[in-house]
Design a protein. Structure first.
Lengths: 499, 436
């Protein structure tokens, strides 16, 4: 399927929630892109700078001069710099195969849409394949394909991203086309009508035909009452049907500019070459002077537990989900998020060794499936979710009581040091395995930089994870398990099951 | 839809080509063969094992035994019960995967160089010496039954089961490999042990290895891992006669968007025309290009988010299939367009321009598949399973370039049979009559 919509963090469709807002975040959310760029360059000074001799450089393109900040080298194979129009660039070297991935990430996702226009960020993502002053509709992807590459794009709450995977020597062409559609999109009314039908069919496929996805929407709407994480990325159907050419172009005009974008190039490339190409293709695009601060409506304090029951005859097996508002990774402050990653692993990471798995799937047959999920990556406040699919003859209320007891026991007892060590080792190993997936590495940076983090935060994260203690986990758990900041949802086929 | 994923993998590996990888053929002291690509950049090794046979070896009345057996391999082995086994695996930070397909079972592993010997010892126990504790079987059985219940309410899975029934009848391919509620409920520990003896046998094993390991280390590892498996298994199932006929089957299901699977008889993987068929499929409805069907059904008419076609060369049957999903109000039109395109390409063939474009794309895209140890290991094992030589990786793009317009259009005229194209539609399609 092309033009996939990213729906992060779905484990069997049971862990539905992502992202919300705290006070601490609201200041970060107001940081303008120019400030972010400076912060990126400034905080980089503290890290080991390999190319110490390389200073800021200038490139001349036609009658324009493009300045580039001094590149900063991080770790063995990551280089970062910024163009003077505010565009941040990250280069990840991986010379194992003559392949490159180019990604351009915009700091604009569905949570940045105007009220009443839900789905416009994702709609625009589709429309970016329609054509520009230079390219006919469909020619972008056709050209990538004619060069043996593949391309796609995805939209989430906090970002929209476009990428191509192609032989490394085709990077200049990819940059030429991607920079072109950053500012020169050309759309007709005909494009709008047909593509709107396509996204409505996409909504049918992903959501309307899927009771788990419909339940998830209701969950999010219950959890987030003011922040746009309560609105689905693909949009509410009744608003999608009304999306117009003007709506799409307005979102495009405001958000698609170099000072709101991050270029990530990963693969068989040299940072110097990428710098020259980035200056040539992206550096000449003027910044958007009116780029607004990323102000998002904040949640009011949640002071009461919320409950929903979603009933749909297509549900094959009843299940329950409990989610709590939870803090996310913040720049320079990732410790609580790291502790919550451990908490999710300890409670529901492995069905064999986690607390929920042991108590509900081994010691008793209360559940056929359990999990705990937490996504540390989010611009605004995230959620921490527990889910249980009851076993035969077990009601949802019995399963919920059993789940609550596991959490209470966890809080009352000491954490097994061996379990902490096991998770720590696995986190470390995950970093080694992750080196095998260059596009995955690119995505880490893209997501982080569109969610208020810096390159340094990304590099620091594995070590922050290594340093989590049992006390940190307990403290984070004590904070997160507040029923007044929770939503509990039952998903059932009929009334009978809702007991 | 596990089945589609499986066959799709084979099709992909089948069309593999010019990548700069050095495949070494390793034979262990005990005589087990493997293909190896050494890459010492990252300190881990990816291992992909396939054993021919798969769920098609399920004995009569025991449907679902192979699937349940494979899912229970990770539930304890040797002295370790399920929790002790998984604790040991997590301590080693190794990743193991066990899966059953129609024609093969798969074992995948990722192991750190630091503790590879211990990880291999653990994996070996799971493969050769699984416990199959009754409590573990029962626990996994509940999970399988949960999945079966879920499939029964999923339009895609309902369509898949109905299509397989129409295409394969009483052959094992004709029913879901996870089994039925009745068959899975009735499976005993003895059935699981029998399935293990049948499915994991030495003379049907294929191995692909990529990563931080030398041929000298790999040989003994293979003997440790697989040397104690039984030598041989039961006879493979018979070939399926072409039994699909044209028509439309509608399965009522209360959901807003209809899901359709369609297909007609296909082509054997070892047919000399396979490459031409592969090219033709890419032009008609391939995933990686602006295909005719995507253009007509999605881009021009906005009737779907996705439509695609794919060759399905199974070991004992061959299909040419496709899928589409469209609102109940529009699915009839989508199907009409697909039927028309199927007939048009059979009648008029493709143009030289289309052929040139798809060749450029396919030859350029081929090397991009070889990115990552696990991906390459899968390609290596997939090639062996369908009996391709290592040189195929180097020659594939030349073979693809040699496909002519005449080849493709002759095949389009002879192989594509619009009157035998059968649709299975699940939903509440409007204005679509069932026909046979």
């Amino acid at each position: 399927m092309t033009r996939m919509l990213a729906v992060p963090f779905l484990i069997l469709g049971l862990t539905p929630l992502q992202a919300q807002t705290t006070q601490a975040q609201s200041t970060q959310a107001q940081t303008t892109q120019a400030q972010t760029t400076q912060a990126l360059a400034a905080t980089a000074e503290g890290t080991q700078v390999a190319d110490a001799g390389v200073a800021a450089r200038s490139f001349t393109e036609g009658d324009k001069t493009v300045s580039v900040t001094a590149p900063v080298r991080i770790g063995d194979d990551v280089t970062t710099f910024s163009l003077d129009n505010g565009m941040d660039v990250v280069v990840i070297e991986d010379h194992r195969a003559p392949v490159v991935v180019q990604m351009v990430w915009y700091r604009a996702g569905s949570a940045d849409e105007l009220v009443g226009q839900s789905g416009v960020a994702h709609f625009l993502e589709h429309l970016l394949f329609k054509g520009t002053d230079k390219l006919a509709p469909g020619e972008f992807s056709a050209t990538v394909a004619a060069n043996g590459g593949s391309d796609n794009a995805f939209t989430s709450y906090d970002y929209t991203a476009y990428f191509q995977r192609v032989a490394a020597d085709r990077l200049p062409l990819m940059m030429e086309m991607e920079s072109d559609r950053m500012t020169n999109l050309k759309l007709s009314e005909g494009d709008i009508v047909t593509e709107r039908n396509v996204i409505l069919e996409e909504r049918n496929q992903r959501t309307e035909n899927n009771p788990g996805a419909l339940a998830r929407e209701q969950f999010m709407a219950a959890q987030y009452q003011n922040l746009r994480y309560g609105v689905p990325v693909i949009g509410w159907k009744h608003e999608m049907e009304e999306l117009s050419l003007e709506d799409a172009l307005a979102f495009y005009g405001l958000n698609y500019s170099p000072n709101n974008a991050i270029l990530i190039v990963a693969g068989d490339v040299q940072p110097d070459d990428v710098m020259a190409l980035a200056a040539k293709y992206y550096g000449v695009i003027p910044p958007e002077p009116d780029l607004p601060p990323r102000l998002r409506p904040q949640e009011p304090p949640q002071t009461a537990p919320r409950r929903i029951t979603y009933t749909d005859a297509r549900v094959s097996q009843p299940y329950l989900v409990r989610s709590y508002l939870a803090t996310e990774r913040n720049t320079g402050d990732q410790k609580t998020a790291a502790a919550l990653v451990y908490l999710a692993e300890l409670l529901g990471g492995s069905s064999f060794t986690s607390e929920l798995g042991r108590a509900l799937q081994f010691d008793t047959q209360t559940a056929v499936y359990t999990s705990a999920g937490y996504d540390p990556s989010s611009l605004d406040t995230s959620t921490f979710a527990l889910s249980v699919v009851p076993g035969t003859g077990v009601s949802l209320s019995e399963a919920e009581a059993a789940m609550d007891k596991v959490v209470a026991d966890f809080m009352a007892n000491d954490i097994d040091p061996a379990a902490m060590d096991r998770i720590r080792n696995q986190m470390k190993a995950r970093e080694i395995y992750a080196l095998d997936d260059v596009q995955g590495r690119a995505q880490r940076y893209g997501a982080a930089l569109t969610q208020g983090l810096t390159v340094q935060d990304v590099e620091a994260w594995p070590q922050v994870l290594q340093e989590v203690t049992a006390e940190d986990v307990k403290a984070a758990a004590a904070e997160v398990f507040d029923l007044n900041q929770s939503v509990t949802g039952w998903v059932v086929a009929d009334k009978e099951q809702a007991r | 839809m596990i089945r589609f994923a499986m066959t799709f993998c084979v099709a992909l590996a089948a069309s593999a080509a010019n990548a700069a990888i050095d495949i070494q053929q390793v034979t262990s002291p005990g005589g087990i063969e493997a293909w190896l690509v050494e890459d010492h950049n990252i300190p881990f090794t990816a291992l992909e094992i396939r054993v021919r046979g798969g769920a098609a070896l399920d004995e009569p009345g025991k449907r679902g035994a192979t699937n349940l057996m494979m899912a229970t391999l990770e539930e304890g082995a040797g002295d370790l019960d399920a929790q002790a086994f998984q604790t040991a695996r997590e301590d080693l930070a190794a990743g193991f995967g066990f899966d059953a397909g129609d024609d093969m079972v798969s074992i995948s592993a990722q192991m750190l160089t630091d503790n590879r010997d211990e990880a291999v010892a653990l994996l070996r126990d799971a493969i050769v010496n699984p416990r199959f504790d009754q409590s573990a079987i029962d626990r996994v059985r509940q999970q399988v039954l949960s999945n079966i219940a879920s499939d029964a309410k999923s339009p895609g899975d309902i369509a898949s089961a109905a299509f397989d029934k129409a295409a394969f009848g009483d052959h094992p391919y004709g029913s879901p490999l996870s089994g039925t509620v009745e068959s899975v409920t009735a499976l005993t520990r003895d059935d699981i042990v029998t399935a293990h003896d049948n499915a994991l046998v030495r003379d049907r094993v294929y191995v692909g290895v990529v990563g931080d390991i030398t041929p000298a280390d790999l040989g003994p590892l293979l003997d440790d891992l697989l040397g104690d498996l039984p030598e041989s298994g039961p006879a493979l199932p018979p070939e399926v006669e072409d039994m699909l006929d044209g028509g439309t089957t509608v399965i009522p299901f209360d959901t807003p968007q209809s899901v359709a699977l369609f297909g007609q008889p296909g082509l054997r993987r070892d047919d000399p025309d396979y490459m031409a068929a592969y090219v033709l499929n890419e032009i008609l409805g391939g995933a990686g290009f602006e295909s005719r069907l995507m253009n007509e059904v999605r881009e021009k008419r906005g009737l779907t988010y996705g439509v695609s076609t794919f060759l399905v060369p199974k070991f004992h049957a061959d299909l040419w299939m496709g899928q589409v999903a469209s609102s109940n109000a529009t699915v009839a039109e989508a199907i009409e367009v697909i039927r028309a395109e199927w007939a048009r390409i059979a009648r008029d063939g493709v143009t030289q321009e289309e052929l040139d474009k798809i060749k450029t794309y396919l030859t350029g895209a081929y090397p991009l598949r070889f990115d990552g140890n696990a991906e390459i290991a899968s390609i290596l094992v997939g090639m062996q399973v369908i009996d391709l030589p290592p040189e195929y990786v180097e020659n594939r793009n030349e073979m693809l370039a040699a496909v002519t317009l005449d080849d493709v259009n002759r095949l389009a005229a002879t192989l594509l049979q619009p009157d035998r194209l059968h649709f299975v539609v699940v939903g509440e399609p409007e204005g679509l009559a069932a026909a046979n």
